[in-house]
Write a protein that binds this ligand. Sequence first.
Ligand SMILES: CCCCCCCCCCCCCCC(=O)SCCNC(=O)CCNC(=O)[C@H](O)C(C)(C)COP(=O)(O)OP(=O)(O)OC[C@H]1O[C@@H](n2cnc3c(N)ncnc32)[C@H](O)[C@@H]1OP(=O)(O)O
Ligand SMILES: CCCCCCCC/C=C\CCCCCCCC(=O)OC[C@@H](O)COP(=O)(O)O
Length: 297
Amino acid sequence: MDVALLHGLLLLLILPVLLYRYCATFHYFCKVTFFNLWVLAMATLLSPFAAIRGRCVENMKLLCAAIRPLKHLYGIKIEVLGAEHLNLKEPYVIVCNHQASLDLMGMVEVIPKRCVPIAKKELLYMGTVGWACWLSGIIFIDRQRTGDAIDVISQTAETIRRENLRVWIFPEGTRNQSRSMLPFKRGAFHLAVQAQVPIFPIVISPYWDFFSSKEKKFTPGTFTIRVLPRIETRGLSPKDVPELTETVRKTMVDVFSEMSSNPCRDWPAELPLLPSTGATKGTDGVWHDEDTTGTSD
Ligand SMILES: CCCCCCCCCCCCCCC(=O)SCCNC(=O)CCNC(=O)[C@H](O)C(C)(C)COP(=O)(O)OP(=O)(O)OC[C@H]1O[C@@H](n2cnc3c(N)ncnc32)[C@H](O)[C@@H]1OP(=O)(O)O
Ligand SMILES: CCCCCCCC/C=C\CCCCCCCC(=O)OC[C@@H](O)COP(=O)(O)O
């Protein structure tokens, strides 16, 4: 074979490896792509099995089991505090801050039995991912059609009591990696008040140390999930929803700020199964960026 051609082929093979090792942006996109491919592949594999049961909340167990290995592949350590609060037989509503798709990894660590998330309708159109979500009983809302979304939430208030379900809602309504939380949408709080069920706030600590879609950073790391004590809604009516929303948000923002200033430093990140770059383990036991881009914190 022509030597030049051989060199060309070799370079083509080595280039992605070099880029993965030394280019933080390429590394980030590889990891994000792998995440999406994993979800897509698992959804494709599991949907036929889930379909045997039909649309059923029990299928959430399959979805969660499929997502759980990801933290080991990425070297992400997750600490859960207060999970015992969720040991309640009755229905309830969980509200949680939403930073990125990575939240899925934390969600599957704490999500209780018979709990379905509320998701944007667009997920339904993501091929087998949408199919898997639908089969697991995930509730879809159209954020562009407030009236329709409110109808879906009102029906959900009846369903959760009738079928003893829990609902997981991201009340910010979209992903947010800013230093605080976005204003909360009120649907989750109307739902809890209409169904007269308690609310459990869950706060996921910031990912800044190891993940940022803006900075294209994705290294091994550690985050904490705090389940806060229940907030009762019994006796509340729709007129109480604005105040309830603000109270819950303030509680969560305070906990988020506290978690931001006291990150779990003594928790080393897991050793990733996926090869990692740009990250070295410091003497403090925490993974740090090599700062190949000059953009890390
Ligand atoms: C193998 C693996 C495969 C699968 C892997 C994948 C698994 C994925 C699972 C996880 C999926 C997670 C997905 C996360 C998301 O998609 S986040 C995006 C969707 N979520 C939300 O939008 C949050 C919920 N949204 C709301 O609650 C909004 O309130 C909404 C109902 C949509 C209305 O939106 P909007 O108009 O923008 O907001 P407001 O809150 O200001 O509401 C406007 C007025 O309407 C009143 N309102 C709201 N809800 C109700 C209600 N239920 N009943 C009566 N009234 C209601 C609200 O009070 C406002 O009126 P006032 O201003 O108070 O007068
Ligand atoms: C036939 C079409 C085939 C399409 C295949 C698409 C494959 C996509 C594969 C994997 C997608 C993984 C999706 C994980 C979803 C995690 C939940 C999530 O984070 O949703 C975002 C939503 O909270 C808010 O969205 P926005 O921040 O408002 O935006």
